[in-house]
Design a protein around this ligand. Structure first.
Ligand SMILES: C[S@@+](CC[C@H](N)C(=O)[O-])C[C@H]1O[C@@H](n2cnc3c(N)ncnc32)[C@H](O)[C@@H]1O
Length: 868
């Protein structure tokens, strides 16, 4: 495979060539010519006079002849006395003899591994006639076995035939069963099911020599006269059945055909979540620009751009775009060629047309498209290699993080900026509102709790300078290794201005100030009638090694009685996980709650919330299934993962049959692009729960206990998600939002992240898997029940998913599609939260009855719970 020069960090394209009527054998020389032509791989083709294997026209004729003489001597199938046609008489097998020399042109050579073999398209594995289905299965297995013997690495298998008279999709299961057998026969082959994006019966035409029309009438159902319709998710449905039958096999992929008219974005986004490893584009899918050059529409370009950014970008297969120069006619090889970068822009086209005679304009266009791919964004660059890669969440409370982990956080271009803004604003407000402080000299006491290597300490110092408000800065960190760096920074960067405390924040007793001064300040405070809330009873003598109060806090100068504890005015922390509270921010901040100035004290962040939505994530499901073999807890573990090849099952956009979306999605490259043409549907993400700090509702510690019980941090939620289109729920995607201060917020929620904290990279989403995926019907409803649980020693999550179908009753015809009414709500604002659909809403609507069609088990991450 070769790659071509592309803009730095832009995805590179691997392009192949498929010619239905190629008339040469694929040899080493042919492969060489192909590479000279800027093409990365070619395909063998199985039909046509001299085409390259897997099998030849001779084989095809032999099978047809065999079938024909067999059928001539066969009695019409009949029902037996019990009323079945599945009898020995009716299903007497016809055996295809092994391949002979004339049946295949494929010979193993050095070129074989670079070929993509194509299985005969004239077979019909889905035929309702068991004779045809079995004959097709035998042909498939003979071809796969020979391809495997020759060392072919990739096979393309024509799509299952979905329409047989009035029967629709009935035989896909036979097809799936045969693929399973084939995969066992070719253990080193990657199998690609060559599928259209939608099920369009008009495009499923039989050609001369196909086995499908030879199915015996007796096995077909009488035509009911109804016209078959386009089913937007019909092709995906067939794929879902095939890959499920093959147990999400890691060698089973999709080869997707891009039609001239792209389907709605909801269908495109579904395919984007599937393992599309080949993208075939027929010459008929190209438009012509004003100068007659083949080009793709904006919508096609947008879809290609998205697919090319997947962890495994698909290869592009150009179909029927004319021969490769020199391949069919060696003299053509001398013709002038244009490289991808020479491909003309619209304005250059006229001149170029005269100057060049481009023998491969489609290929040149695709190479040009490759050149025009935008470079990867900072997030994409940061996430290279992490897309759809499952990671166990961090446990910074129980495990000391490594320096490299902090270094990764610190690369975030947004998070620290936003914290600095929030601290600056809070300090300015404090000064403007003339709020009294907890410090004897009127400084604002600010503590960074969980300071790590100190980036928020830096920002707090900058914010103080920016706001012109003096602070007394404390930094608390329990990681003894990170603490060494804090000490070093205090000496070399912070000029000893920070008082460092090496302690778990939950056992920290608070900042200390000189008592002498306290008295003065108390007097000062009395003038404005405010209390500092300093308790003299908390006077403290520091124990050596207990903490590091910084070099300008030299206790030897004071008697212990001269220092006294005071409150923190602003407590700054960053203890958030991908699902907000999963790294135990609530429990840690509860531990410092009493240290916060009870009148004016604030916490940055002020609050945070967990958000979720059901998703289809076949790759993640497959990975977890394979991990389960060695780790039974794998399907009950929440994972941190940069979600990419996923599809949101519940979205806030229009239904798939929205004609406007479809028109916009198929604009030619000459038209202006619209959001609808390039963006996938917006997910419907809902809020599970929230936490805020300081928390005035923490129960008092019972005298019999050494710590407060944690039951106030338990949460539960039950959320209903309307699902517009059928699909499979593999699990839940989780996000968070946090209000740092005022209107300064961070978000990983895909609905609000652009507006609140675009380009933030510190957090990937969280994924809660389902052990067994659940099928969701069209206009269905997914209901999620989730808990945050605790036993006072650890915290874990429990989740369960139910799927409902909405069944029409007699009243229903007068009503609109029920699921859509809820789907238009956004999730971020409090207002939308109040009006978000509650479970049962759709069911309660007159005219519809909710029928439960799927139920997951109750999953629990207790074994992987976070220790408090
Ligand atoms: C996610 S890191 C953030 C570090 C740093 N503030 C930053 O933004 O880069 C959380 C830090 O909090 C510390 N931490 C977690 N729980 C703590 C606790 N109970 N007491 C003190 N430090 C804690 C961890 O060791 C870690 O350094």
């Amino acid at each position: 495979m070769e790659t071509h020069h592309v803009a730095e960090d832009a995805p590179s394209f691997c392009i192949g060539h498929h010619e239905a009527n190629r008339s040469v054998f694929v040899t080493n020389q042919v492969i060489h010519k192909v590479h000279e032509s800027n093409v990365s791989f070619v395909q063998s083709f199985s039909s046509g006079e001299q085409n390259v294997p897997i099998t030849t026209q001779h084989f095809h004729s032999r099978v047809l002849g065999l079938l024909s003489s067999y059928l001539t001597n066969l009695e019409s199938p009949t029902y037996d006395a019990i009323g079945t046609m599945a009898t020995t008489q009716n299903t007497r097998p016809l055996t295809v003899p092994p391949l002979s020399k004339l049946d295949s042109n494929l010979t193993p050579n050095d070129a074989t591994s670079q070929l993509v073999g194509v299985i005969s398209s004239w077979i019909d594995l889905c035929s309702p006639d068991p004779l045809i289905a079995d004959l097709s299965r035998q042909v498939l297995l003979l071809e796969v076995a020979y391809a495997a013997f020759c060392g072919i690495g990739y096979l393309l298998i024509p799509a299952p035939k979905l329409h047989h008279g009035s029967l629709h999709s009935e035989g896909v299961v036979y097809y799936a069963r045969a693929i399973q057998d084939a995969m066992n026969l070719g253990p080193y082959i990657q199998f690609h099911i060559w599928l259209p994006m939608v099920d369009n019966p008009e495009l499923e035409v039989d050609t001369m020599g196909d086995l499908a029309p030879l199915a015996r009438e007796d096995f077909l159902q009488p035509d009911d006269g109804s016209l078959p319709k386009v089913d937007l998710f019909g092709s995906w449905d067939a794929w879902d059945l095939i890959r499920k039958t093959c147990k999400y096999h890691t060698r089973l992929f999709v080869a997707l055909t891009m039609p001239k008219q792209l389907p709605p974005l909801s269908v495109q986004s579904r395919w984007h979540s599937e393992p599309v490893h080949l993208l075939s584009i027929d010459s008929s899918s190209f438009l012509k620009n004003q100068k007659g050059y083949p080009v793709l529409s904006k919508a096609h370009q947008a879809l290609i751009a998205k697919l090319m950014r997947l962890r495994t970008a698909p290869w592009i297969l150009l179909c029927n775009v004319g021969p490769i120069p020199g391949l069919e006619d060696p003299e053509e090889a001398e013709n002038t060629q244009m490289s991808g970068s020479d491909y003309p822009s619209l304005s250059q086209t006229g001149a170029a047309n005269k100057k060049y005679n481009d023998p491969t304009p489609h290929l040149s266009y695709i190479r040009n498209l490759q050149q025009r791919q935008p470079p990867r964004t900072p997030i994409e660059r940061f996430g290279v290699g992490y897309q759809d890669y499952l990671q166990a969440p961090l446990q910074p409370l129980t495990v000391n993080l490594e320096s490299i982990t902090y270094e990764v956080f610190e690369k975030d271009p947004i998070k620290y900026e936003w914290y600095e803004k929030a601290i600056t604003k809070a300090l300015r407000d404090w000064a403007e509102q003339k709020k009294p402080t907890s410090h004897p000299e009127g400084k604002v006491i600010l503590a960074v709790v969980g300071a790590g290597r100190g980036p928020l300490v830096n920002r707090a110092l900058k914010a103080s300078a920016e706001a012109g408000v003096e602070i007394d800065l404390w930094a608390v960190e329990k990681n003894q290794n990170a603490f060494v760096l804090l000490q070093r920074h205090n000496e070399t960067i912070w000029d000893g201005k920070v008082t460092l405390v090496q302690s778990d924040m939950r056992s920290w007793k608070g900042p200390q100030v000189q008592k002498q001064a306290v008295v003065k300040t108390e007097e000062l405070q009395q003038n404005v009638g405010e209390s500092l809330g300093i308790e003299n009873s908390l006077l403290y003598t520091p124990i050596e090694g207990d903490n590091d109060p910084g070099h300008n806090a030299d206790f030897s100068d004071f008697k212990s009685s001269e220092l006294s504890y005071t409150h923190v005015d602003i407590i700054v922390s960053e203890l958030l996980g991908s699902f907000a509270d999963n790294e135990l921010s609530p429990e840690c901040l509860d531990g410092v709650n009493d240290l916060i100035n009870p009148v004016h004290g604030i916490s940055i962040p002020a609050s945070y919330s967990a958000h979720l939505t059901p998703i289809s994530a076949p790759k993640l499901h497959s990975d977890i299934m394979h991990q389960t073999v060695s780790n039974p807890a794998a399907p009950e573990t929440p994972y941190v993962v940069m979600l990419h090849a996923i599809d949101f099952l519940s979205s806030t956009d229009s239904p798939v049959n929205d004609a406007t979306a479809q028109t916009a999605a198929n604009r030619s490259s000459a038209s202006t692009t619209t959001t609808a043409a390039t963006e996938f549907p917006t997910p419907f993400v809902q809020t599970a729960w929230s936490f805020s700090h300081p928390n005035s509702n923490i129960p008092a510690q019972p005298p019999s206990r050494s710590s407060i019980p944690n039951s106030h941090n338990v949460r539960q939620t039950r959320l209903s998600f309307p699902a517009q289109n059928r699909g499979v729920c593999h699990g839940l995607a989780g996000y968070f939002e946090t209000v740092l201060y005022g209107d300064i917020e961070l978000s990983t929620n895909p609905v609000t992240m652009e507006e609140k904290s675009a380009s933030m990279i510190s957090w990937f989403p969280i994924y809660f898997p389902l052990k067994t995926p659940l099928n969701v019907p069209d206009n269905g409803e997914v209901v999620v029940t989730m808990y945050r649980q605790t036993d006072d020693r650890k915290v874990w999550y429990e989740w369960m998913v139910e799927v409902f179908a909405l069944e029409r009753t007699s009243m229903a015809s007068k009503l609109t599609t029920p699921a859509m009414s809820g789907a238009r709500l956004a999730s971020s604002s409090v207002d939308s939260l109040k009006s978000a659909p509650r479970p049962g809403n759709a069911a309660n609507r007159t005219g519809f009855r909710r029928v439960r069609v799927g139920l997951s088990e109750l999953h629990s991450s207790i074994k992987e719970g976070c220790l408090m």
